[in-house]
Design a protein around this ligand. Structure first.
Ligand code: ADP
Ligand code: MG
Length: 698
């Protein structure tokens, strides 16, 4: 039996393979391209393509594809085989540098939000050499960016790469001020913890709502849910363990550093966390992870649900985006250091994040906005839609001491003079309440917890990288002009803390009182839905920041807003139609059948035993009949609400309309249906219940 280290990365054209298969010159040029972004010339590209093809063919690959991330949020691929005809009627396997570097998929059906008129349907894909090529099935996949011929980004990778670049540039300016002349790049890294549900395919197939929308639209709360907290970190069931084992194997072969796995809070909920890597590769790997989870689940007769809120009243699934920045030599800039100077530098980067999160709360909220995640934020065990930062009491006390020029009252009493004093060592706060914060400092990284389980992590990291780059840009502008660096730094940090104190909150984020305080006293934003937040992408301050840094053009931003809102509208409308369909085709007939049988039984009983009251049957019939009437009434209301949609081209208006009419109509319709489920005999109810589904995997 082979060990993990034997097959780890066996499907990846990684550094080991490059070194082994490329000539020293070619390898050196490619390395320069990967590490420093140097342009690659065509002879080098040809040599790399040849080596890649030989390696892939030897591993059984027959096709190649440019693998990219259009704005649908999932990945796209179009396979071409390597074969080329030879004069003698046979074929040879061919792959050129040109094909490696650039592809022209007919991508007219991908959303472009008006950036690519359909008559010039073709965008192009361009190789991203910073993310290794890999083999999936029989196909060599080449990670690529996707752009229109006008140069507009049509994908999530392009702006992510741009945001990494601007963050690096601005962070280097700061490092130079601190006397660091050796760092060449600053890299943002992320370790995304991925939550998901596993249920049996048998259950899934019986639920049209799960099949069409990824979540249950009906379902009464089960008698046993997550109340006992007996699932979190509990023993993993054999069926789940077999899935995880298989999944790890697949991920490891693709060089994905799957590290931890455990049960989550809800029954049937689990989590997988990889070891962190650069935001660019982590994004590619997370997309692959989500795809492979679903594939492996299918092999085990299971379905992996990545929806943010597959079951109402039960924990939703998120993705914790553990984010940090480090120099190319591996120095984590969010890690408190050992010398006063390192500490001053740490506090500057910390303040840059605090300022960024406060100034761009809206962009962070927007970066996680989907119809699915709207159901999760602010519900059971999920952060609210209000953004705040958890720093922990110790670090908070340090900042207060700096802000007010008073001694820090930690383990020892000391005046905090930047660049002079050593910071006290902070213990990582491990109290439970920090789990309630949407954005928590966890010792040497920030954990952004608002991402939904199905979100691409690209969007959150684009906004995070950009907003922090903007803080650093402002800081660098100021410090580069300063007469006395240390005084200016001290003042700047004090000022940041004073101006942005409102975003720091160490208490319980799940508390209703916090939402009131946040919105009414602190003036923090609370955008509950995608329809609320998404229009603010175009707020002048956001457009100015993102365009001046060169992460997006204004057109790109507008197209993204439109696409996200269109997705929101479409998702909700599909859900509403699914509900109406389920009511008419399944739920109402089932209740009617049950009540008719009850009535027949009651009549038979009364005929056999005249004088019997049969109050059980008669009361139940009355309650169910009333509920059926209510269900039909609410279903008709929802249909009417749907008729009011789709009348306008104005997507901002349309999304608000859907939020205000369709979504509430769905909630209203669900209530009598769930009540009826509880009253209807099991053999009549047309779908598996929450209890059946959540405890289906053995
Ligand atoms: P938890 O949040 O469950 O306590 P950890 O803090 O150990 O777990 O790690 C969670 C995730 O954070 C993992 O994916 C891990 O690789 C990642 N991580 C750890 N250190 C860093 C870092 N410096 N930068 C980015 N991600 C990190
Ligand atoms: Mg965590």
């Amino acid at each position: 039996m082979s060990t993990v280290s034997d097959y780890f990365g066996s499907q990846v054209f990684d550094d080991r393979v490059m070194r082994a298969t490329l000539s020293a010159d070619v390898y050196a040029s490619l390395r320069k391209t990967i590490d420093e972004g140097k342009e690659l010339d065509i002879t080098v590209a040809n040599a790399v393509a040849e080596a890649m093809k030989d390696w892939a063919v030897a591993k059984g690959a027959t096709h190649f594809t440019h693998w990219f991330q259009p704005l649908t949020g999932i990945t796209a691929e179009k396979h071409d085989s390597f074969i080329a005809p030879a004069p003698d009627g046979s074929v040879i396997m061919e792959f050129s540098g040109k094909e490696l570097i650039k592809g022209e998929p007919d991508a007219s059906s991908f959303p472009s939000g008006g950036l690519r008129a359909t008559f010039e349907a073709r965008g192009y894909t361009a190789w991203d050499p910073t993310s290794y090529a890999f083999i999936k099935g029989k196909t060599l996949c080449i990670p690529t960016a996707f752009c229109s011929y006008g140069g507009h980004a049509l994908d999530k990778k392009t702006p992510l790469l741009r945001s990494m670049e601007v963050l690096s540039r601005q962070a280097l300016r700061i490092l130079r001020l601190f006397g660091n002349d050796s760092a060449k790049r600053v890299v943002s890294s992320v370790g995304p913890e991925q939550e998901y549900f596993l249920i049996t395919k048998e259950m899934y197939d019986q639920r049209p709502d799960l099949r069409f929308t990824g979540r249950t639209l009906f379902g009464a709360k089960p008698p046993k849910g997550q109340e006992l907290d007996d699932h979190y970190f509990g023993v993993i069931k054999p069926g789940v363990a077999a899935f995880m084992e298989d999944l790890n194997d697949e991920l490891w072969k693709l060089g994905i550093l799957a590290k931890t796995e455990h049960n989550e809070v809800a029954p049937a909920q689990h989590e997988l966390a990889p070891i962190y890597t650069t935001t660019n590769i982590a994004t590619d790997h997370n997309q692959l992870t989500m795809e492979i989870m679903q594939k492996v689940a299918a092999r085990h007769g299971l379905v992996c649900l990545l929806h943010e809120k597959p079951f109402a009243g039960v924990n939703g699934s998120g993705k914790h985006n553990n984010w940090s920045i480090a120099t190319d030599s591996g120095v984590n800039l969010l890690s408190p250091g050992d010398t006063p100077y390192e500490n001053a530098q740490f506090l500057l980067f910390l303040c840059a994040v605090i300022k960024a999160v406060d100034d761009y709360q809206d962009l962070l909220r927007i970066s996680v906005a989907t119809a699915g995640n709207d159901h999760r934020l602010g519900a059971n065990e999920a952060p609210p839609a209000v953004i705040s930062i958890f720093l922990g009491d110790e670090l908070d006390a340090v900042l207060r001491a700096i802000e007010t020029d008073t001694p820090y009252e930690g383990a020892e009493r000391m005046q905090m003079k930047l660049g002079v004093d050593v910071l006290p060592k902070f213990n990582r706060d491990t109290t439970d309440r920090n789990r309630t914060s949407p954005f928590a400092f966890t010792g040497n990284k920030f954990e952004f917890r608002m991402l939904g389980s199905s979100n691409s992590i690209a969007c959150a990291n684009i906004m995070l990288n950009s907003a922090v780059a903007e803080s650093l840009r402002i800081y660098a502008d100021r410090l580069e002009q300063a007469e006395d660096f240390e005084t200016a730094l001290h003042e700047m940090i004090k000022e940041t803390i004073r101006e942005h104190r409102r975003i720091i909150f160490n208490g319980n984020g799940y508390d209703e009182a916090w939402i009131r305080e946040a919105t009414q006293e602190r003036g923090l934003l609370n955008y509950r839905t995608t329809a609320d937040c998404m229009p603010h992408l175009m707020d002048p301050k956001n457009v100015r920041m993102l365009t001046s840094l060169g992460v997006f053009t204004e057109d790109e931003l507008r197209s993204r807003r439109d696409i996200m809102l269109e997705n929101y509208c479409k998702s909700v409308v599909i859900e509403a139609n699914t509900m109406i369909n389920m009511v008419h085709k399944r739920i109402a007939p089932a209740i009617t059948r049950f009540t008719a049988d009850l009535a027949a039984q009651m009549a038979a009983k009364k005929a056999a035993f005249p004088g019997l009251a049969c109050s059980y049957e008669s009361e139940l019939i009355a309650r169910l009949s009333a509920l059926t009437d209510k269900i039909v009434e609410k279903s008709n209301d929802l249909e009417k609400a749907l008729l009011g949609c789709g009348m306008t081209e104005d997507i901002v208006y349309e999304s608000a309309l859907i939020r205000d009419t369709v979504l509430p109509g769905m909630t209203e319709l669900r209530i009598p249906c769930d009540e009826a489920e509880l009253l209807t005999a099991k053999s009549y109810w047309p779908f598996p219940t929450y209890g059946d589904i959540l405890f289906s995997v053995r």
